[in-house]
Design a protein. Structure first.
Length: 354
């Protein structure tokens, strides 16, 4: 009986494939031949660095696997660029190209186009970069039933700074925080930007809104009022809060500017209104908080004189710590929000280049 069973098993193993199995296998081969080599989309660099006002190219090329050809020639190539939100759940249309058709969207209109240095080049060129352009971009290439994607991050050189209004600490809901940053020549910072700032030494105990709707703050020197002195340095996370009802400070991000930031030499100290008029008379405008931070961080601007800024605050930038001028650290020193009508200070102006 055992011998008989053994012979049956051998006959099954040696038997020719069933016609149905052969047909399925044949269909698989035909399917691969019909669709050709698999489409691959790649980026030569995952991160690209630039600055506000500059031009940048986000790399993206497409190939067929095991070949160097750009496409099969049987289908038109469709290239679509989108910007990803922080959680990847939503995409913002940037640019679409198919054949001779080209279309850009929103604030990207007139500022984006494909480089097309070769048949397989889908790289996106962005001109006159804005602060809002920072983030992750997806390049999608579609040919017939095949498609593939790659993601490129656009980083901007800049500075993150904490901001609270004249009303004082923790007085901004999320939407007010966004507007406050824009009013100071900046945008609300992302977590990645705050994290990079923390790694560069930013230490701030007040919690602030970030662009993803979370509330966080960076600590490099742990201490009791800021999470406890025995905790490790890091970016403390309060989590996500109601954007309409919850109130915190905000972390803003700004980059370089197309203009001149300067302290106005004036024979006398000025009230706030006099400071505004003095800058106008000099062919400029009273400077914004984002502009003093950009000048300090990116240009090394250093001045020990306290001066009015557009939001009614008084500050001064120190890049070279010294006695009586921020002796312990380089920083933009905050004097406060003095009485606009009676307190006298200098003024910082900004003149935009045409």
């Amino acid at each position: 009986m055992k011998i008989l069973l053994f012979l049956v098993l051998i006959s099954v193993c040696w038997a020719e494939p069933h016609p149905d199995n052969s047909s399925l296998e044949h269909e698989r081969i035909v399917h691969i031949q019909e669709n050709g080599p698999r489409l691959l989309v790649v980026a030569e660099q995952a991160k690209i660095f630039s600055h506000r006002g500059g031009n940048v190219t986000l790399p993206c090329k497409f190939y067929h696997e095991h070949t160097s050809t750009a496409g099969s020639g049987t289908h038109k190539i469709r290239v679509k660029w989108t910007k990803l939100t922080y959680d990847y759940l939503k995409e913002v249309d940037v640019f679409v190209a198919m054949g001779h058709h080209r279309k850009s969207y929103g604030s990207y209109q007139g500022r984006v186009f494909l480089r097309e240095s070769s048949e397989n080049d889908a790289s996106l060129v962005i001109t006159n970069i804005m602060l809002e352009d920072y983030g992750r971009y997806k390049c999608e290439v579609i040919e017939g039933l095949e498609d593939d994607t790659t993601v490129v991050t656009l980083n901007l050189e800049g500075v993150v700074f904490p901001y609270s209004p004249r009303l004082g600490r923790y007085n901004l809901n999320f939407h007010e925080a966004q507007r406050a940053c824009v009013e100071q020549d900046s945008v609300i910072a992302s977590f990645d930007q705050l994290y990079d700032a923390w790694r560069s030494g930013l230490d701030w105990c007040n919690a602030g809104w970030l662009s993803d709707g979370s509330v966080q703050y960076p600590i490099t020197k742990p201490r009791e009022p800021c999470g406890g002195k025995n905790t490790v340095p890091g970016v403390r996370n309060y989590g996500f809060w109601d954007k309409d009802k919850s109130r915190y400070d905000v972390f803003c991000f700004t980059s370089n500017f197309n203009g001149r930031f300067y302290y106005l030499i004036h024979p006398t100290k000025l009230t706030y209104d006099e400071a505004v008029q003095a800058c106008l008379k000099d062919g400029a405008q009273i400077a914004k908080v984002g502009q003093i931070f950009a000048a300090w961080k990116l240009l090394g601007y250093d001045r020990c004189d306290a001066g009015w800024l557009a939001d009614g605050s008084v500050r001064y930038p120190i890049s070279r710590p010294r006695k009586r001028c921020s002796p312990s650290e380089a920083a933009v020193r905050f004097v406060g929000f003095p009485d606009k009508k009676h307190k006298l200070y200098g003024v910082y102006c900004f003149r935009a280049y045409n």
